[in-house]
Design a protein around this ligand. Structure first.
Ligand SMILES: Cc1cc2nc3c(=O)[nH]c(=O)nc-3n(C[C@H](O)[C@H](O)[C@H](O)COP(=O)(O)O)c2cc1C
Length: 195
């Protein structure tokens, strides 16, 4: 009787524990959930390279962008410009380096601000994590810069109408996920704590 009670109690404790084999939104247990939304988004985000054709909702896009511009920036100078391309014809002219995602967010940095690449990087990470929290896939696309070198790409770049001094730094592919890649290994040796 006592043993039965202990087994039951252990079962209840384990199933209530936030880290114990919780199911994700799709009802699968593959990834542990911590019970902390930010940590969950960080730990479950992966670069997505296969997207559904369906466009993401405007409310989702707007929320993701709003989270993006709430990133910190040096002296709050917000040294970025953002262009969102959803037009299939324009996307076609940029090739396929962005894995045929239905939305491409282009992030431009400005030459006269030393911290602009940092600002743009933080902006991008907010975008990635906000999207992940909505179960929307993303992939940072550094190679988009090559696409702007082609004649079609150069035309697209012109039509982005970036302000004087701004140049694309990278892009982010955005769309509903069509794959669930595993996490790539991380090197913990890169961390040294000095006490
Ligand atoms: C600056 C930067 C540029 C990247 N460029 C590309 C790219 O052009 N194409 C691509 O498929 N992934 C690109 N990635 C994604 C990385 O390959 C990916 O983040 C890395 O392999 C770790 O995998 P994870 O994002 O799934 O954790 C880029 C990432 C960063 C931060």
């Amino acid at each position: 009787m006592k043993l039965k009670f202990i087994i039951m109690l252990s079962f209840i404790t384990l199933s209530l524990s936030p880290c114990y084999g919780q199911k994700n939104k799709d009802g699968e247990t593959g990834r542990n959930k911590s019970g902390n939304a930010v940590i969950d988004a960080i730990m479950s985000r992966r670069s997505i390279r296969s997207y559904k054709k369906e466009q993401i909702k405007d409310e989702e896009l707007n929320k993701i962008l709003e989270c993006g511009i709430n990133a910190p920036s040096a002296m709050n100078r917000q040294s970025w410009e953002i262009r969102v391309v959803q037009n299939p014809e324009i996307l076609k002219n940029l090739g396929s380096s962005f894995h045929n995602a239905p939305t491409l967010i282009i992030i431009a940095s400005v030459a006269d601000n030393f911290f602009s690449p940092v600002d743009c990087g933080l902006l991008g990470q907010n975008i990635l994590l906000a999207a992940e929290s909505l179960d929307i896939g993303t992939c940072v696309i550094g190679s988009i810069l090559n696409a702007f070198e082609t004649p079609e790409g150069a035309e697209v770049l012109k039509n982005l109408k970036l302000s004087e001094g701004y140049k694309p730094l990278y892009a982010i592919a955005v769309g509903y996920k069509n794959e669930k890649p595993d996490a790539k290994p991380r090197d913990k040796e890169k961390i040294k704590i000095i006490k």
